[in-house]
Design a protein around this ligand. Structure first.
Ligand code: PHE
Length: 342
């Protein structure tokens, strides 16, 4: 009996078999349990011999079962460890992950620079009302600037005579929205997409601008000049810059100026701060009193400066990219060539 069970236990290959063997041998109706029940019918002499033997057998089988069970658990664990073994010395598997688009990168860079100068970020809708995009910015219905901006108009149902919405042609409407929302004093930077029906090497129908607006009780062109100088130094990583303010005209600023930076094009690469060339980077001016009024701000108490800059344009300059259209072709080879790809 002993040899039978010890043999079976050591041959068992899983826990269910072991449990069957336990029931068969020492369960209530097991072979050994039945024999133990026979002890009652034996003479004391016989019992003295058989009793200890059966007890010893029972405990031997109990511990054989426990030992085998432990062995099975151990080997299952070893199997698992073997299966889950990782070779950390293998070379990493290559995966293609995306990167941030150059225009988004430059937007973030510019925003961060102005954030350091105390400007917070404001955004507005890309589908804008005629009022925000034009009227509030002192561009009335007949004004030539409307035609010059190559505006995309949204369709209105026949018989609906309200002025059509437009795809905003600049980020300047966000000036009005920020004034209305926050009042004065105010310092905001407004990046975003703008739209004009135009297409060539330096124009795409969708492009990006960033608007700056600062309103306070004693703001002047001198503040504008300082802020722009700080920006250009930080953006182009140079210690010295020279800005040139050229008189210009925008309906929403008075006076208005276009701003150029001194530069050179040595062997095709842009050098900011030196040389005999001038590079136009933005339009700017003192916020027109009518614009402050449209934004709900009293022009007798407050003044401000504003500027608008093409993000794609300064990205092209900084990275030496000749064709604006390539920004929006999603050609990975192009992105990698300019160091933007994964
Ligand atoms: N909105 C003007 C443009 O798109 C730029 C600008 C903004 C000029 C703010 C002056 C002040 O050309």
């Amino acid at each position: 009996l002993r040899d039978k069970y010890i043999g079976l236990i050591s041959a068992a290959s899983d826990e269910a078999t072991l449990e069957d063997l336990r029931v068969q041998a020492i369960g209530k109706k097991g072979e050994i349990s039945l024999q133990m029940r026979e002890l009652g019918r034996m003479t004391p002499e016989e019992r003295q011999v058989a009793g200890p033997r059966l007890n010893a057998l029972k405990s031997e089988i109990t511990s054989a079962l426990a030992a085998k069970k432990q062995a099975l658990v151990d080997s299952a664990l070893n199997e698992r460890l073997k299966a889950e073994w990782l070779d950390v010395t293998l070379p990493a598997r290559h995966s293609n992950h995306g990167t941030i688009h150059p225009v988004s990168q430059v937007t973030e860079e510019v925003t961060a620079i102005f954030a350091d100068l105390g400007f917070s970020v404001a955004e507005g809708p890309q589908i804008e009302s005629d009022w925000y995009n034009f009227d509030a910015l002192n561009i009335p219905g007949h004004h030539p600037a409307r035609a010059e901006m190559d505006t995309f108009y949204m369709h209105r149902d026949q018989g609906d005579n309200r002025p059509p919405h437009v795809l905003r042609t600049h980020t300047s409407p966000v000036q009005i929205r920020s004034m209305q929302e926050h009042g004065a004093p105010l310092r905001v930077i407004c990046p975003g997409r703008v739209y004009r029906a135009d297409y060539d090497q330096t124009h795409t129908p969708m492009f990006h601008q960033i608007e700056g607006l600062a309103i306070d009780t004693d703001i002047s062109m001198a503040n504008l000049k300082w802020v722009l100088e700080e920006f250009v130094k930080a953006f182009f990583n140079v210690d010295n810059v020279e800005l040139r303010f050229r008189a210009s005209h925008f309906p929403f600023t008075e006076p208005s100026a276009e701003v150029d930076i001194r530069c050179s094009w040595e062997g095709g690469t842009l050098k900011v701060g030196e040389g005999d060339d001038w590079l136009e980077i933005l339009g700017s001016g003192m916020v027109h009193p009518k614009v402050l009024e449209a934004g709900g701000i009293d022009p007798a108490a407050w003044q401000g400066f504003a500027f608008g800059m093409g993000i794609d344009r300064i990205a092209m300059l900084k990275y030496g990219i000749p064709d604006l259209r390539a920004f929006f072709d999603s050609d990975l080879r192009w992105l990698r060539h300019y160091g933007f790809g994964a």
